[in-house]
Design a protein around this ligand. Structure first.
Ligand code: C2E
Ligand code: MG
Ligand code: MG
Length: 700
């Protein structure tokens, strides 16, 4: 018997080769499983070649490590056949691994086939030496080598199948599996070698004519390098891809989270917005239905916010809202929801089932907000108007609850702010009424239901009439005469104000030009502009066009804008006012004293008149503070060279007092109510009185 020996270095290299081939095989299996269509086909083909070459190289490296004391060579066609067998069994293995399902029976059958393939490759490779007499195999060791091949194949298939879709930590697992598989493959080879017995007179028929060991070594080196580089390249690509995917995935996750937050929260206060509120409301309703419990919705409007925002600008307004939001948040429980619906409107969704508890909560919120807020050294005061609606298990939808709470809030505002009102069913009738009114208002203009009343204005000193203020009225077919306070806000909400406003200006200018033609060249007509009209980019052109159409000189027209409109965005207002001033129309600041005027700004306004708000005149005789305010406004007007008009003069005492205080013009029910043009002329030209206001006043 010939005794073979092993070159330890080469044995180790063959073992490493087996591991490398295993690693490549596992890597390829994952790629085949992940790819689709043509790509899957190419990965399968490439994978089986690489894996086959790997296993085969391992086998021949093992053969190189084995030395017999006779010259050796290999039959090239049998060697090639063994390589093809290796590739075919690899192809089969990869195909099995990318099936969607791997049952135990299927695994067992596959392990048998693959094991048989590996064995065939090994023993065909052995046959390539063409030994004479033939190699004799020790049966138990031969069987053991087959068992090892089958078990190793089964294990390899199972591992590859389970690793193919794993994403995290897969490389480490794959390397560990490759080590185990490599040992198993090498184990099979060396067990097979141990089974081989070479009789003493053995001769290798291929020693001269076959592939020599030198050739074999070169071939294997090339193959080994190929396998190595494929394994390396795919692994590096894999790593890069994985890293990039991980970065991308985390970016995507961040972006998604951010988008979700933005979609569901208010940008300024970061509180939940209407979308999120609706969602929570829906959940709360379902919850309450299930548990037969109740909860409360509170709608809140920040009283005085608009004025502060107008007077001090958006930055201060925003800071104020943030502080209000903070205080509201601090006043509710963590499981309650505080949302901002935009502007100065907040909503609390509270787990409160009793009316008494709702009252306590409302009072807590009122108290929290009532404390002065200091921003940029200014002490600001605001309050809340709260509307409360309770879910009581009736057929209420989320929209109903919010609408009810909102209707109740409007009532709280109408009741003079700084308080709370519970919803009552009569309130929703109001909403219905508003809808009907809006419907009618849309048709009012076409049906010629709008008309102008004129209220005279007098010089305080001599009682001479100096003009009139045009006040719009709506002659509703069923409601009768509707005052502007009842429909102007509605018109503003819906944009109808632009049409209505333009009509008012036309009609007033037409009337004024008629009066001028009748000889009243010392009168002026005052027309009220709503904030929306004032900020409309077409305003200047519109005023121009209307004046031209009625051939009215601009000096006959006074435009009244309220103090809060003028102060809302001071710089923009200034530009608009200057353009109006350039046309030659006069500007009057209406309802003066109710907003937050800045004196500095007032000085720059090209206004010619301040109208003291009716509120100050009303309580003038009983309230010394009001008298002081009027005195201050008069002084201010004088300093700035403005005329001061007192409106709402209802008594002789008021008239005398206001005249004494230095008001330049007076307007009020005492001197003349608003009336249609025809009646107005009748009153003005009535028979012999000392002064015009006496004549008109007597008509009242
Ligand atoms: P305003 O411009 O301050 O008009 C004065 C309001 O005070 C008028 O109410 C007038 O009737 C009322 N008034 C006058 N003298 C007295 C008095 O002695 N006592 C009392 N208690 N009230 C008096 P009116 O006509 O109901 O108008 C209310 C507001 O509606 C106006 O306030 C104005 O802001 C707005 N408005 C009226 N017409 C128009 C219009 O054509 N366009 C726009 N945008 N707003 C208008
Ligand atoms: Mg006015
Ligand atoms: Mg006014």
């Amino acid at each position: 018997m010939l005794i073979g020996s092993y070159n330890l270095g080469l044995v180790i290299v063959s073992l490493l080769m087996a591991m490398l081939a295993s690693y490549t095989a596992l890597d390829m299996a994952a790629r085949v499983a992940a790819a689709k269509g043509r790509a899957a086909f190419w990965w399968l083909a490439g994978g089986s070649i690489a894996m086959g070459v790997g296993i085969w190289s391992m086998h021949f490296l093992g053969m190189l490590a084995f030395r017999l004391p006779v010259a050796m060579g290999y039959d090239s066609s049998i060697t090639l056949l063994s390589l093809l067998i290796a590739m075919a069994s690899s192809l089969f293995a990869l195909w099995i691994v990318c099936q969607s399902h791997l049952s135990w029976r299927r695994l067992a059958a596959s392990a048998l086939i693959m094991g048989a393939g590996v064995c065939s490759m090994h023993y065909t490779g052995m046959a390539a030496m063409r030994m004479t007499p033939p190699i004799h195999y020790n049966l138990p060791l031969f069987i053991l080598s087959v068992v090892i091949a089958v078990v190793a194949s089964g294990a390899a298939l199972w591992i590859a199948f389970h690793l193919r879709h794993r994403a995290s930590g897969v490389r480490r697992l794959r390397a560990a599996a490759a080590v185990v598989m490599g040992i198993a493959i090498a184990g099979m080879h060396y067990t097979g070698m141990a089974a081989a017995r070479f009789p003493a007179n053995s001769r290798c028929a291929m020693a001269e004519s076959g592939v020599t060991t030198g050739w074999l070594a070169m071939l294997i080196t090339v193959f080994a390098c190929a396998v190595l580089s494929i394994a390396l390249i795919t692994s590096v690509l894999d790593l890069r891809l994985e890293q990039r995917t991980a970065v991308l995935a985390s970016c995507l996750a961040d972006a998604k989270q951010e988008l979700q937050f933005v979609a569901l929260h208010d940008g300024l206060t970061k509180l939940p917005n209407r979308n999120l509120l609706n969602d929570r409301l829906e959940q709360e309703i379902q919850n309450a239905r299930r548990e037969k419990s109740r909860f409360t919705v509170l709608c809140m409007d920040v009283d005085g916010f608009r004025q502060i925002n107008d007077a001090y600008g958006h930055q201060v307004g925003d800071a104020l809202l943030l502080e209000v939001a903070r205080r509201l948040r601090a006043s509710i429980r963590t499981r309650d929801t505080l949302a901002r619906l935009g502007g100065d409107e907040f909503v609390v969704l509270a787990d409160v089932g009793e009316a008494g508890d709702a009252v306590s909560l409302a009072e807590k919120l009122l108290t929290a907000v009532r404390e002065p807020v200091v921003i940029d050294g200014r002490q600001l005061r605001v309050s809340l108007s709260i509307g409360i609606a309770m879910f009581d298990g009736r057929e209420q939808q989320q929209g109903d609850l919010l609408r009810d709470a909102d209707a109740a809030m409007s009532h709280a505002m109408a009741l003079g702010h700084n308080g709370y009102v519970f919803f009552e069913s009569s309130m929703s009738d109001d909403a219905q009424t508003q809808l009907q009114l809006l419907h009618d208002l849309r048709q009012a203009q076409e049906r010629h239901e709008l008309l102008l009343y004129y209220q005279p204005k007098f010089s305080a000193l001599d009682g001479a009439m100096i003009g009139a203020e045009a006040l719009v009225r709506w002659n509703h077919p069923t409601r009768g005469l509707v005052p502007p306070g009842d429909f102007i806000p509605l018109a503003e909400k819906t944009g109808l104000i632009f049409q209505i406003g333009e009509w008012v200006l036309h009609e007033a200018c037409r009337q004024m030009s008629a009066w001028r033609d009748a000889g009243h060249t010392d009168w002026t007509i005052s027309v009220n502009l709503s904030a929306l009209q004032f900020n409309h980019p077409g305003l200047i052109d519109m005023v121009h066009a209307v004046l031209a159409r009625h051939s009215l000189e601009p000096r006959y027209l006074t435009l009244e804008i309220t103090e809060s409109t003028a102060m809302r965005d001071a710089d923009t207002s200034l530009v608009i006012l200057e353009q109006l001033h350039e046309i030659g129309v006069r500007i009057s600041i209406d309802d003066f004293g109710t907003g937050y005027s800045s004196l500095l700004y007032l000085k720059r306004l090209p206004a010619s008149e301040l109208k003291i708000d009716r509120g100050f005149v009303r309580d003038l005789m009983h309230d010394t503070e009001d008298a002081a305010i009027i005195t201050a406004i008069v002084a201010l007007g004088r300093a700035l060279n403005l005329r001061i008009v007192a409106e709402g003069v209802e008594t002789r005492e008021q008239q005398e007092f206001l005249t004494r205080l230095g008001c330049t013009s007076l307007q009020g029910f005492l001197l003349g109510r608003p009336m249609p043009a025809a009646q107005f002329m009748e009153a003005v030209s009535g028979p012999g009185r000392n002064s015009a206001w006496e004549r008109v006043g007597l008509l009242v």
